[in-house]
Write a protein that binds this ligand. Structure first.
Ligand SMILES: Nc1nc2c(c(=O)[nH]1)N[C@H]1C(S)=C(S)[C@@H](COP(=O)(O)O)O[C@H]1N2
Ligand SMILES: [Mo]
Length: 369
């Protein structure tokens, strides 16, 4: 590796015992914003409030000259332009997307990277063409096991210069609801979310949803590129091969009640009935139950889930109410999915800070009458 590149792009590391957020982490956090939690009130997140994560720079792609190449283990390679995609039957899927690193900044020790707390999530209506239709047209060779999706963005990460690329197992790529998406909430994709076309893999953590697609290549062995083989794995040590991050673990977030303090964002409510609401999701199975606590997780009661609307890949709203009395309280919420996966009250640690779905807690001060 180039010595200067190695110096520019240090290996991953864990923060020291009392080490605060560094200017580098702050720079990442300012570029890659989360959803403001009050925006959990919208079933479909307005585009500008959807979380955002971009490893390198957003590439400037021109929709008119953009092409997508389908290559590798196919009967015939294809070159598609945007009109070729738009002329097919469109499909829209409502999808809750969450970054695998959501919750990283709450892990101890803290993996130094994009320091998400809980806000790396959003829900959008993605419109496009099922990937399987395009693959069928190219004719998938029986030897193919994965699709490797390449974005037009380029950078360096832990000393490895690369285009953003992810391999996805073929059986996942062939699911009906996996899209080559060209619209978000009914508008052409904006630059930050992958203009003109991105992949959408409902139920999987964000890293699989490759933005600014330029090539999809079918390969006959599992992809060993950086984002699959090195990053996005649940590892205990730097050389642990670990398990890959795939589907989203269940999580629920509470729309913080009352009003906030500017600096601390601590919540203030007045005594009496306080309506509580939020959203819950899981990439493994539909949400079956949401429970709420007003004593930091000592005792729980069931929230009421919004009516089932058949949108499997989107979060489910829930609501309940709490009788606030003067003093300090800690609200907590936890979700369980239909496979029995639930949120932990103590988080298992991993070196990349992935899959942290610790129960969401919100301290609240209730004023005297
Ligand atoms: N080409 C490309 N695709 C990408 C990324 C990227 O950096 N480059 N980031 C991934 C990650 S880690 C996440 S969490 C999601 C974020 O999607 P969003 O910014 O549209 O919310 O995009 C994924 N797709
Ligand atoms: Mo991510």
């Amino acid at each position: 590796m180039d010595a200067q590149l190695a110096e520019t792009s240090p290996p991953s590391r864990l923060a020291g015992e009392d080490e605060g957020i560094s200017p580098e982490e702050l720079a990442l956090a300012a570029r890659n914003h989360g959803i403001p939690l009050e925006a959990l009130r919208y079933d479909v997140t307005p585009v500008g409030l959807h979380y955002l994560l971009t490893h390198y720079d957003m590439p400037a792609l021109d929709a008119a000259s953009w092409r997508l190449a389908i290559t590798g283990k196919v009967r015939r390679e294809l070159q598609l332009d945007l009109d070729a995609l738009r002329s097919r039957q469109a499909r829209t899927v409502r999808v809750t997307m969450e970054c695998a690193g959501n919750g990283r900044a709450r892990m101890h020790p803290r993996p130094v990277s994009q320091p998400w707390l809980v806000e790396a999530v959003g829900t959008a209506d993605w419109t496009g063409v099922p990937l399987r239709e395009v693959l069928a047209e190219a004719g998938v060779d029986p030897s193919a096991v994965e699709v490797v999706c390449t974005g037009a963005d380029h950078g360096v990460e832990r000393g490895v210069e690369q285009d953003y690329q992810r391999g996805l197992p073929l059986q996942e790529a062939l699911r009906d609801e996996v899209l080559l998406a060209y619209e978000m909430n009914g508008q052409p994709l904006p630059p930050q979310h992958g203009h003109p076309v991105r992949l959408v893999v409902p139920g999987w953590y964000g890293m699989a949803h490759v933005k600014w697609l330029r090539e999809i290549s079918l390969v006959d062995e599992p992809f060993t590129g950086f984002q699959n083989a090195v990053a996005y794995r649940y590892k205990q040590t730097a050389d642990d091969p670990g398990e890959p991050a795939t589907r989203i673990a269940p999580r629920s977030l509470l729309l913080p009640p009352g009003f906030p303090d500017f600096m601390s964002r601590a919540r203030v409510v007045r005594p009496g009935e306080v309506p509580l609401q939020g959203r819950a999701w899981s990439g493994h199975a539909p949400i079956a139950r949401v429970e709420v606590s007003a004593d930091g997780g000592g005792t729980w009661w069931d929230a009421e889930l919004d009516a089932e609307d058949g949108r499997r890949w989107a979060w489910r709203g829930w609501r309940t109410s709490w009788r606030a009395e003067p003093g300090s309280h800690v609200l907590a919420v936890r979700a369980t999915d239909a496979d029995g996966n639930a949120q932990p009250t103590e988080q298992a640690w991993n070196r990349g800070g992935f899959g942290n779905n610790l129960v969401h807690t919100v301290p609240v001060t209730c004023l005297a009458e």
